[in-house]
Unconditional design. Sequence first.
Length: 70
Amino acid sequence: MKPSIYYDEEADYFEMFFGTKRRGTVDELKPGIFRKVDPTSGKTIGIGILNFRKRARQNRKLVLSNSILS
């Protein structure tokens, strides 16, 4: 499954969907780190990161465990 990537430079918001972008419910995993979930299957369909450039400059690693992705 090819990811779909979106970045809003003005809002400094990064979003990645696994497959095509679609609606889902959102859980905040950590401050500014979000997981989008398919409401029917309960599977993770995407992630979102606020302050993406700031986090990248600080070399923060984002580790997605299998439990988050499933």
